[in-house]
Design a protein around this ligand. Structure first.
Ligand SMILES: [Zn+2]
Length: 197
């Protein structure tokens, strides 16, 4: 593990965002590890430290604006933009699906835009956000995230950076060693019965 990955892991740990136990993911599979992104996002010190890693990584790309998808990406986009000294825009769900710029947000044609998000699980939100920024006239110069749960398999055609990259083992419920030990399935604070993958 690199120094940066270790520092990111320490930030997650200090915020109480890296949970261990027995969890049911939205995929239906079970596992012993869980990242609760809102424990990071409610902690300005931890989220600020991670945002600094993203800002430092992409400063040489000279972003002129930072864009983040709702909900967590809004908080992160604000902080990364603050550290880079540029403005942020927030990308929300569109009325016809996908993602949209609402509330009068505009991206002048040719603006160099850095996209940020919290925890990547499938990359779908990032793809929709990139499409939205491109349609608005922005040039996506990179994507930075707090954590990549796809263990580096997120497909992007621009430079991609994750403060923390993880690959949690998961099991079908009938093969789950934690179920076999009759350990109750935990429900992290603020989640419904099934937690996000
Ligand atoms: Zn289980």
């Amino acid at each position: 593990m690199s120094d940066q990955q270790a520092a990111a892991l320490a930030a997650f740990e200090s915020a109480g965002a890296f949970l261990r136990g027995h969890f049911a993911y939205t995929s239906g599979r079970h596992g012993a590890d869980y990242l609760e992104k809102f424990r990071i996002l409610e902690d300005p010190r931890a989220s600020g430290a991670l945002a600094r890693m993203i800002a430092d990584r992409f400063r040489p790309s000279r972003p002129q604006m930072v864009a983040g998808p709702s909900t967590g990406g809004i908080i992160l986009a604000f902080e990364v933009a603050r550290q880079l000294g540029v403005n942020a825009v927030y990308v929300e769900r569109g009325e016809a699906g996908g993602r949209a710029l609402r509330r009068g947000f505009q991206i002048p044609t040719g603006t160099r835009v850095l996209i940020v998000d919290d925890v990547v699980t499938t990359g779908g939100s990032l793809a929709e956000t990139s499409t939205c920024v491109g349609h608005a006239g922005g040039e996506v110069v990179g994507i930075g995230v707090l954590a990549d749960r796809t263990s580096g398999r997120t497909p992007t055609d621009v430079p991609f950076f994750a403060c923390l990259t993880v690959d949690f083992p998961s099991y079908a419920p009938e093969e789950c060693p934690l179920c076999a030990e009759r350990i109750p399935v935990a429900e992290p604070r603020g989640t419904s019965k099934r937690v996000a993958v």
